[in-house]
Design a protein. Structure first.
Length: 129
């Protein structure tokens, strides 16, 4: 009888240890989920793939620069650090809801650098007027 009680005691301890470990793992997963949920949300295209003027206008500086080119919205924030004179040449167009970037880019570069612009930026969606 004494051996049986030791066996039950050991099983009880093992059960409690594994049960607690499982709860701790679940707690860790819940904390990770909460951390992800509490991070600032990045702007994403609407389900239809169209970006409105309000959304584009919010991205009007060096920390987040969206432009409209050929009817599409592009995040060109990463280009600012590589472009010569970006603060003078590009920043004025960040968040603008017109075709001013389109015109300035074409005037400066023609169409020869369009591929580079598109490849080095992230298309956010089509611009919905």
């Amino acid at each position: 009888m004494e051996n049986w009680m030791k066996y039950v005691g050991v099983l009880l301890v093992v059960f409690l240890l594994f049960g607690c470990a499982s709860n701790n793992q679940r707690l860790g997963a819940d904390q990770e989920t909460m951390a992800v949920q509490n991070q600032p949300q990045q702007s994403m295209p609407t389900p239809s793939g169209y970006m409105g003027a309000t959304e584009v206008a919010q991205h009007n500086g060096a920390s987040s620069c969206w432009i409209i080119y050929n009817g599409a919205v592009y995040d060109i924030t990463n280009l600012l650090s590589t472009h010569t004179n970006s603060s003078i040449m590009i920043l004025p167009f960040c968040g603008k809801i017109d075709d001013s970037f389109d015109r300035a880019f074409t005037e400066k570069h023609g169409i020869e650098k369009v591929g580079q612009l598109i490849n080095e930026s992230r298309k956010m969606g089509e611009y919905a007027q």
